[in-house]
Design a binder for this molecule. Structure first.
Ligand code: ATP
Length: 332
């Protein structure tokens, strides 16, 4: 019978618990032992683990966050840390390690495989959706929903005062969350890293849209969604740039960590459940150093390295809709 360990690492994401739950039940059925390391790779280094059994699954699917807690871990980035982790896994007689996390966590897992010959399986868990080889990542759908609802609320107050609001949305260096939150909340403009040329060209386009909208509709609100880490000096920089074009009465809103929280929406629960179950199916197989993902609603396995070496494009149709309905809606 196999001994499996699971951990959550990097930024936490809604649905991680649903994935842990699926893994617990699937292990129970296969008669595998399942250990949970706490606090990401830190728990692996400190041998901080709990046994996960059916008792842990009660009311778990709907809980945000992760019962195993997540963390960043500096020590794991050097050779000594990796060797210590490998030793601990050998001591605990683990056959398979499952890592739920983002690309950083996968890089770490891949490095670990240079020191440990057990099986390593990654499951994509991040609100950013910035992992190649899978259509979506666990937590992404809930984060879109949270950002969308927040922008809806910003719109109410923006409309009341006919103001311009800048809303910063998470996403690391990818625009998935910003683009999809903007489209689903009918924002007026979106700035994403994938199409960002320079602040100068972007501001020209933005000002054109604002002026054209005002010429057509009079004083109305205008909502600009901005992906984090794109605009030089963030929302303060953008506010200043707009003021230089005589556009004042601008209000910045940073959504921040609320985007990481909340009960997972159905799509995240379904993805997490499917991937968790599928990962346990692969225990004991030849497959190692791989991520299980989902493409066109079917589980796939891809080499871990592909998940960060390949860049993942935004959905074409969504980009087209963005151009028509937002950034290029009004002509000069
Ligand atoms: P998210 O993108 O959602 O924040 P992530 O998994 O990318 O998630 P990171 O902070 O980049 O988050 O990585 C999580 C942990 O993985 C790090 O704290 C570190 O312990 C480990 N890690 C990241 N990169 C490496 C690497 N090159 N070598 C070894 N370990 C790494």
């Amino acid at each position: 019978s196999k001994r499996v360990a699971i951990l959550t690492s990097g930024g936490d994401a809604p649905g991680m618990n649903a994935c842990i739950r699926a893994a617990i039940i699937a292990c129970q059925k296969a008669e595998y032992t399942l250990l949970g390391y706490q606090h990401g790779y830190n728990g692996l280094l400190q041998q901080e683990h709990v046994s996960l059994s059916l008792g842990s699954t009660h009311n778990l699917i709907q809980q945000g966050g992760t019962i195993l807690h997540s963390a960043r871990c500096k020590e794991f980035k050097n050779r000594e840390g990796l060797m210590k982790a490998a030793d601990n896994l050998k001591q605990a007689e683990i056959d398979t390690l499952i890592v739920i996390g983002g690309d950083g966590s996968f890089r770490g897992a891949s490095k670990l495989s240079e020191h440990w010959d057990g099986q390593i399986i990654g499951i994509p868990g991040t609100i950013d959706n910035d992992i190649a080889g899978t259509d979506a990542t666990i937590g992404y759908f809930t984060a879109i929903d949270t950002a969308m609802s927040s922008i809806d609320k910003v719109r109410d107050t923006a409309d009341a005062f006919e103001r311009i609001f800048l809303v910063e949305v998470m996403g690391r260096n990818a625009g998935f969350l910003a683009l999809n939150a903007a489209l689903s909340s009918a924002a007026d403009y979106v700035v994403v890293p994938e199409f960002f040329e320079s602040a100068e060209t972007e501001i020209q386009k933005m000002v054109t849209q604002i002026k054209a909208q005002r010429a057509l509709k009079g004083a109305v609100s205008f909502i600009i969604v901005v992906a984090e880490n794109v605009w030089p000096n963030g929302l303060a920089g953008l506010t200043e740039a707009l003021q230089q074009h005589d556009i004042s009465d601008v209000r910045p809103v940073t959504l921040g960590h609320v985007q990481r929280g909340g009960s997972p929406v159905a799509q995240d629960r379904l993805l997490a459940t499917t991937l968790g179950e599928h990962a346990i199916k692969l225990v004991g197989s030849e497959a190692t150093n791989i991520m299980v993902g989902e493409v066109n609603q079917h589980p796939v396995t891809v080499p871990l390295s592909r998940t960060w070496e390949t860049s993942k494009p935004l959905n074409d149709a969504r980009v087209e809709a963005m151009r028509t309905l937002m950034n290029e809606r009004y002509s000069e």
